[in-house]
Structures are given as C-alpha cells and as structure tokens.
Design a protein around this ligand. Sequence first.
Ligand code: CDT
Length: 308
Amino acid sequence: MARSLTLAVCQTGPVQRAASRAETVGRLVHLLEQAAAAGADLAVFPELALTTFFPRWMLDDDEIEAFYETSCPGPETQPLYDAARRLSVGFALGYAERVVENGRVRRFNTMDLIGRDGALVGRYRKMHVPGQETPEPGTTVHLERRYFEPGNLGFPVFRFGDVRVGLALCNDRRWPETYRMLCLGGAEVALIGYNTPMLLDEAPALAHLRMFHNHLPMQAGAYQNTLWVAAAAKAGIEDGQALIGGSCIIAPTGEIAAQALSIGDEVVVYRADLDLIAACRRVNFDFARYRRPAEYRLIAERAGPPED
Ligand code: CDT
C-alpha cells in the first residue's frame, strides 16, 4: 500500500521582543489550524519560534531568563499542545530550553516533536551551535555560543505513527553530517527550523547568496540521503534585523516541492510520497551495497582539514 505523510511548513514572520508569549502562541495555533484545514498530518515551526532571535544581542544575566522555557508545555504554551490534540496534527517546535541537570543550569537550542495527541514524542538539542561567545569585530553579532551549549542528545530518529522522523535546527542544515546521521538512523523525513540573518558582515560579497546557501544544502541533503525535508523559517524584519524566508518542502529527488513566497506567517502544505524514497535508493543510493564506511574513518576522527 502506498505510504504518504502530509507535511506543513509553518513559517512565521518576525516575533518582536515586545510580543507576549500568549500573542506568539496564538499565532502558532492559527498556523496549525491552517495546516490542519489543508490536511496536514505533521507541521514544523521555526527555530526559537516563541521569542525574538535574542542571540543578536549581548544581554545581562537577568535579562536572558525571559527567553527560555523551563518546561514545554508550560502554562503559556499549553494552548498549542491543546490545539494539536483538538486538530489531530503533530508538530515540531523550536525553543530555548533551560533545564537543571545534576544541580547545574544548562541551556540548549531545542526542538521537540509532538504527536497528534499533544504529547511529547522526542527531543533534539541543536548540535552545530554557530557564532561567538562575545562580539568579534567584522562579524555579524551572533552569540548563540554564549547562550546555548552544543546538543547532547545525538541525532535521534523518532516514530511519528509509522513514519521515522528526525529533527535539526538552522546551522545544522549546512552540515552534510546532519542528514547522513539522520539517514543512517532510519529517518524518512527531516524537520528543520531556522533563523538566518540576511546580511553577512564577515563576507558582504556573499550576501546575495543567502537564499541559494539556504536551499543548496537542504536539497543536497534530501537527495544524497533520500529524505523528505520540511524547513520553516522565522522571517522578516525582527527587532531591526532582516531574517530570510524561503521555507520549503523538499523531495528525496532534491526538488523543492513547495515553497513559501512571503516573509510573514505562511503555511505551505505538501503530501510527501514516502515511496519515492525507495525509488531514489534504487536509482543511485543503495547504501548497504555501495557505501564504504571503513574508508570514511577520517570523517569521525577529524573536525577539519590539516592546517599546514
Ligand atoms: N540560527 C542559526 O544557526 N543561524 C545561522 C547563522 C549564522 S550567521 C553567523 C545559520 O546558519 O543560518
């Protein structure tokens, strides 16, 4: 029997610092309702979907707490989980996670996968945390490394019904290892959330390639790993900074099947044919037959090329 999963990318426009959680969660509920009305089974929201992209600022310790969730769902986010159950649509939500582990406060850039019943299916913590700990002259101020530890949960693959789903966050989408780990873990679908600044102070000459460099690695990742990719941006002018849109759903052929056109709140829905994965594997990617893992040792041993 043919297998499919109807995916929804719930792009959001900016979430300004002045916005209340209730207001933002209300927007997300509205997007989930649109996704459900279009027949979606599973929706993806952006990275840090509940707040402004606060790593663009140096903040005092007492200012940062407001951006983190200490439990998800919490009182302010519960309506989104209630909506999932009411609509019978799952979702993936990116947010800033603050957790106390062994008496130590830890902060992660996190995405949760939520089932159609509104309950947690699984959690992913962003692996590739870009930027700096303090502003560095000549670079876009991007202080994720100040506010988040690198993820410590690996690249898990979860069951959403009978479909295997993996998660990734923003900068993760630029690294081929992300998709390969998800593929080798059995994922058929990768859900990605992102916040990507339009301008690039470290290399202004490359700024016009921001959208190309958004889609290129996701299309390559989908194709080379025979995955469906659904990626949701937080887009538009957020607290004075321009973030790119370009949210999309990509087939295992590497083709963009559907794409957002705006830089505001927008839902894009596409029925993903999961049998296309097997077809793509037949054409080129019979992994078990052709891959040479023993010859790829350097990938696990070295972070980068030798420096001589
Ligand atoms: N959120 C995130 O990971 N953004 C990065 C921008 C880094 S610019 C210093 C990205 O890869 O899109």
